[in-house]
Design a protein around this ligand. Structure first.
Ligand SMILES: C[S@@+](CC[C@H](N)C(=O)[O-])C[C@H]1O[C@@H](n2cnc3c(N)ncnc32)[C@H](O)[C@@H]1O
Length: 246
């Protein structure tokens, strides 16, 4: 079992099948921001789908993807006109060089401890240019998404070989505080055995999130509860934030 989801190349190859491009979803929201920025850092870039699309649509500036998972970056590197860096924010030292730092696919929630949040936000703040923007989303804890992460909720997708891959989550209970751990199992008739991957995600509310951002020298300039740019309410699934250096 792997602590970095999708470190394994087979699962990484499946990632884009499980998370197809949705123009009304996160990529549809972030792509115009990427296209409008001269230099872009995608933290937790995964298979690189967002930056791939930006380059394909004519972005001519600097595009850089950072991710610790070798399998994910193997997919990302199918495009060689983008910088790909294997690692985490603690292993890089960018200063005043990106107009946009983006984290999509709820990658922000991997920062589970206060220390990780503080050091990651400090690195993002340092990497941004003076008028740069940090754009990311985190699931609204009020919507309690983890309550649906149970084995009864099975997803089925057809992979590139035509095999039906099933996946489901098992929550580690009890859930206390704002940190949620779960194991995802993937099974395919083409694999000798199912693959399991453990994840830990933090669910920060808007008030706490704003405190961490402020401490890192960032201020919230816009916040939305959904990809259609409606405001955050108690029922919103997402807290989508655009923050700038204060
Ligand atoms: C759910 S995926 C999202 C991938 C991509 N951003 C997307 O929207 O498709 C989360 C990604 O975060 C990466 N990740 C895990 N821990 C990380 C860390 N400490 N720093 C940066 N990325 C991390 C994982 O390897 C994975 O590729």
């Amino acid at each position: 079992m792997d602590d970095h989801q999708f470190a394994d190349a087979d699962l990484a190859a499946l990632y884009d099948v499980l998370h197809p491009w949705d123009p009304r979803g996160d990529f549809g929201f972030y792509l115009p921001l990427v296209m409008a920025a001269e230099s872009v850092l995608d933290v937790g870039c995964g298979t690189g789908a967002l930056l791939h699309r930006a380059r394909a649509e004519g972005h001519t500036g600097r595009l850089c993807g950072l991710d610790p998972a070798a399998g994910m970056l193997q997919q990302a590197r199918t495009r060689t006109d983008i910088e790909w860096v294997q690692g985490e924010l603690s292993s890089v030292d960018w200063a005043d060089e990106f107009d946009l730092v983006v984290m999509s696919g709820h990658a922000f929630q991997v920062f589970a401890t206060d220390d990780e949040l503080r050091s990651s936000l400090a690195a993002i703040s340092a990497a941004l240019t003076e008028d740069g923007c940090f754009a990311f989303e985190t699931r609204n804890p009020a919507a309690r998404a983890w309550q649906r992460w149970t084995p009864e909720h099975v997803r089925e997708v057809t992979d590139q070989q035509g095999a039906v891959v099933r996946s489901w989550h098992e929550l580690e209970e009890p859930v206390t505080g704002d940190v949620v751990s779960f194991v995802t199992t993937y099974s395919s008739p083409l694999w000798p055995q199912p693959q399991r991957s453990r994840s830990t995600l933090r669910f920060l509310g808007a008030v706490e999130l704003a405190k961490f951002l402020t401490d890192a020298g960032l201020r919230v300039v816009e916040q939305f509860g959904d990809w259609d740019r409606t405001p955050v309410t108690q029922d919103s699934l997402e807290i989508i934030t655009l923050a700038k250096p204060s």
